[in-house]
Design a protein. Structure first.
Length: 540
């Protein structure tokens, strides 16, 4: 058959829906219970979605979002949240899943996304195995989708109950079900539910109990450990390759909470105590002691029951003693969460002088972490507040100047006309390239172009469309940014004016205006304002 001429390819324009190219997210979810199901593996889901996209010329894959080992009963999933963020930022306007259960197993929330959220944000939703596509309203059927969501939810509830029942049964059998072993132990290489002693960390546990038995305070125990360069539990687990996630690594220092957790944990006596917490409505809550599951002599002890009981009696006596000490009344700390040590970065502790009853801030790192771990930092609260007020007044002119400059840029006719002209031109170019892209598939079917030519030209048009969309997005974001900045500077101007008139600071004003305050050992103060991250240092 003779090859047809391509010189005069006339694009066939039908309607906006047919000519539209969708920036697509492939969403993949694999839960723990799915691991045994080959058909739900990440590779299988990826292959199905990529094959579907390859057969549809109007789909352009922007990114793949994979939540591995996450439940479908809620939407608190990292990659799902990232996908939603990209939808909000208009990077994505189509979502494809293998089946409805991959999106979620909660009927109400899943229905919300499909029937409310996606349509509001003009997002097309496709479930491949269910043959569901929101662009094919007449073919989807009104009752099938809610019914499948209800089935998925019922299945998930049933699986959840079975997992919890199995976990409690394992606890009753004395099996350790935690994801990582408690400090002082490791999991047996032959049985991950069996604990064996880790000699290195167990020696530290013994020393902590001995110190407390001798009457050493929590603070002194912490300082001794840190000054001896002994790694705290999370840092130790990281070094051993037990944990990797940055959120679990901690500060790298021992603290009072870590000591108290160790001293109160009966697991060091050789008894397995589990079920102290339970997940209720997706939140972990502490359970009363009568609900704990205790199994005696499940593993080798690190300390004896006698030492454990003696130490915990000492801790209780100390706790009861401090409960009976009258609490000194403090005024509200309006700088709470805003004032930090400029050297170690830790929160400055607020204290009240017993003699003059005045408040101040100081760094406690040398007292609570280790000697010489930080430089001595101390500052009077009254001075800090006065410094902030003076600093804000000084920056009033900068705020006003920036606001006026932004107003000129926003209100300028030249800028407005230029922006509107550019957007109009980009929309025209976008429409033209979308039409050409759509016509390519018809040219391929009619054998006007070869498969290789189709793929090359398709990629070329897709790249052009992507570039145009990015340029449009940049222009829109630039305009939004100008408007947002103008609002921020306007609000900031009002707030500083209020402070200037009253010469007073409140917690609300500080929250709105200040990002953070750093204080140094030489009494230098740095204020970081929220409106523009402007900072200024001064010696006092």
């Amino acid at each position: 058959m003779a090859r047809k001429s391509r010189k005069n390819i006339a694009p066939v324009i039908k309607n906006d829906l047919e000519n539209k190219v969708y920036n697509t997210a492939l969403y993949i979810r694999l839960s723990i219970e799915d691991n045994k199901k080959r058909g739900n593996s990440i590779k299988t889901q990826t292959d199905i979605l990529n094959n579907f996209a390859a057969l549809n010329g109007d789909i352009k894959i922007i990114d793949t979002y994979i939540d591995n080992g996450t439940t479908g009963t809620n939407f608190e999933r990292p990659q799902f949240k990232r996908m939603i963020s990209d939808i909000e930022n208009k990077k994505i306007n189509c979502v494809i899943v293998k089946d409805l259960s991959r999106l979620g197993r909660n009927a109400i929330d899943t229905g919300f996304y499909i029937e409310k959220y996606f349509p509001i944000h003009n997002v097309r939703f496709i479930s491949v195995n269910d043959d569901f596509d929101t662009n094919k309203e007449n073919e989807n059927g009104g009752i099938i989708l809610p019914l499948k969501n209800m089935i998925n939810e019922a299945y998930s509830i049933d699986i959840g109950r079975k997992i919890k029942a199995q976990a409690r049964q394992s606890m009753k059998m004395g099996e350790y079900i935690g994801s990582k072993p408690p400090y002082g132990y490791i999991k047996s290489p032959d049985n991950c539910h069996k604990l064996i002693i880790d000699e290195e960390s167990a020696a530290v546990v013994k020393q902590i109990f001995l110190w407390k038995y001798e009457g050493i305070s929590y603070n002194q125990i912490v300082k001794r450990l840190n000054e001896s360069n002994i790694l705290p539990p999370n840092k130790y687990s990281q070094n051993k390759g037990i944990i990797n996630h940055k959120n679990l690594r901690g500060s790298g220092y021992w603290d009072n909470r870590a000591i108290k957790r160790i001293l109160s944990n009966e697991i060091y006596t050789g008894d397995m105590v589990q079920g102290k917490t339970q997940t209720i409505n997706h939140k972990q809550v502490s359970m009363p002691k009568e609900f704990w599951i205790t199994v005696k002599n499940t593993h080798e002890p690190i300390i004896s029951h006698e030492i454990f009981n003696a130490v915990n009696n000492i801790c209780k006596e100390i706790s009861d003693k401090y409960k009976n000490i009258p609490i000194s009344q403090y005024t509200p700390n309006i700088l709470k969460g805003k004032i930090f040590c400029g050297h170690c970065g830790r929160n400055l502790n607020r204290h009240k002088d017993k003699k003059n009853k005045k408040y101040g801030f100081r760094c406690l790192s040398n007292e609570r972490i280790a000697k010489n771990v930080c430089l001595p930092v101390s500052v009077n609260e009254e001075y800090v507040l006065k410094y902030i007020i003076d600093y804000l007044k000084e920056n009033y002119g900068i705020v006003l100047e920036n606001k006026q400059e932004l107003r000129k840029n926003i209100m300028s006719k030249d800028n407005k006309c230029s922006y509107e002209h550019k957007i109009l031109k980009l929309k025209q170019d976008l429409r033209k390239n979308q039409v050409f892209l759509k016509s390519l598939y018809e040219s391929l079917v009619n054998q006007i172009i070869t498969n290789d030519e189709y793929l090359n030209m398709k990629q070329e048009y897709e790249n052009r469309i992507t570039d145009i969309l990015k340029e449009m997005e940049n222009l829109e974001n630039k305009q939004k940014s100008l408007n947002k900045k103008f609002e921020i500077y306007s609000d900031t101007e009002k707030l500083i004016t209020e402070i200037s008139n009253t010469n007073l600071l409140t917690a609300e004003l500080i929250q709105k205006l200040i990002d953070k305050i750093l204080v140094y050992s030489d009494k230098r103060i740095e204020v970081f304002l929220r409106f523009d991250n402007i900072r200024k240092g001064a010696n006092v």
